[in-house]
Design a protein around this ligand. Structure first.
Ligand code: FO1
Length: 314
């Protein structure tokens, strides 16, 4: 029996688990729902960093050292912009720009982000379904001590997530609608996973799309998050620093607690010892994914563990 898996992800961290899942599941059984709160306009181009990170990772063209952008890409466009005196704080590779150009062109033709993402994925040979969390623009705004409210990419890339965060706001979230594709995928899923992405910056925007959190919570199936916090530190990026600034202890327990009734299972890193969390199925596995084999192993291990506790027959 086929097991349909939906995974909610942000960028680089979530892409690793999505990659592992894509290697162990038939493409028709995997749907990746991606945060679009990081999306922004830059030089008139619509840039969707997390969607592209997932797309390039699953297409096996991602820059492996950064985890984003296209491997081996050149930066002639950035060099030319610099000659005009521009501050090129957001690094855009030349091949990557083709993605943004085409996406922007198709958006101007009033195609949806869902349809555009499907076209880009098909062209790159990706058969797994990649879905933006919504077709409406939503922007994660970061209220900082140093610069006031700034866009996510200014916070993350321009200031290298060093500003102190006071609060977060999702601009446009009230107008965002759950797409039919996202709704259908969640309704049909046998397992819902949350990747080891930043709960506040990457997963909360997805769960905040009106109706989405309630729909996930209503599904009587395994709903399992994988920790992005190991040994009190973030696997990548600002998760632990942000947790402290928002008043949380950076621990796997705090992450599980934050997801609350969205999840009924939680995977933490085995180096954190034996953790038990009331009302949750928990397991400690090797969650740090450095190599291709690590990604495949974690995906396989998590799926097998879920099948064992939920007696789902593969
Ligand atoms: N991340 C950086 O740290 N610096 C960059 O200059 C940068 C450029 C960039 C261009 C295209 C793209 O799709 C992603 C890019 N990223 C860059 C990654 C990205 O902004 C973040 O990793 C995510 O938004 C956080 O999930």
């Amino acid at each position: 029996m086929a097991v349909k898996v939906v995974v909610l992800v942000g960028g680089v961290g979530g892409a690793k688990l999505a990659y592992g899942l894509a290697r162990v599941l038939p493409p028709e059984d995997l749907t990746v729902i991606v945060n679009t709160g990081d999306d922004f306009w830059h030089y008139g181009l619509r840039i969707c960093p997390d969607l592209d990170t997932i797309l390039y990772t699953l297409a096996e063209v991602v820059d492996k050292s950064n985890g984003w952008g296209v491997g081996g890409d050149t930066v002639h466009l950035l060099d030319a912009l610099r000659r005009y005196g521009e501050d090129t704080w957001f690094r855009l590779g030349d091949q990557d720009v083709a993605t943004h150009l085409l996406r922007t062109h198709w958006l101007r033709e009033e195609q949806t982000l869902t349809a555009i993402t499907a076209r880009l994925a098909a062209a790159l040979g990706v058969r797994v379904t990649i879905l933006p969390m919504t077709d409406e623009p939503v922007a994660t705004m970061v209220n900082t001590v140093e610069y006031g409210e700034i866009t996510f990419q200014e916070y993350f890339v321009r200031y290298r997530w060093q500003p102190t965060v006071k609060s977060l706001r999702l601009d446009g979230i009230e107008q965002a609608r759950m797409t039919d594709a996202v709704c259908h995928a969640i309704e049909q899923a046998d397992i819902i996973l949350i990747g080891p992405s930043n709960p506040w910056l990457s997963i909360d925007p997805i769960l905040s799309v009106p109706g989405l959190r309630t729909l996930v919570e209503s599904r009587p199936i395994p709903r399992v998050a994988v920790t992005p916090i190991v040994g009190g530190r973030a696997l990548k990026g600002p998760a632990a620093k942000l947790m402290v600034e928002l008043g949380y202890n950076p621990s796997p327990l705090a992450v599980a607690d934050h997801y609350g009734s969205v999840i009924n299972g939680f995977v933490y890193d085995r180096s954190d010892g034996q953790l038990s969390m009331p009302l949750l199925h928990t397991a400690g596995f090797e969650t740090i994914m450095k190599t291709e084999n690590d990604k495949i192993f974690l995906a396989e291990t998590v799926l097998q563990w879920i099948k064992d506790w939920h007696s789902i027959q593969a």
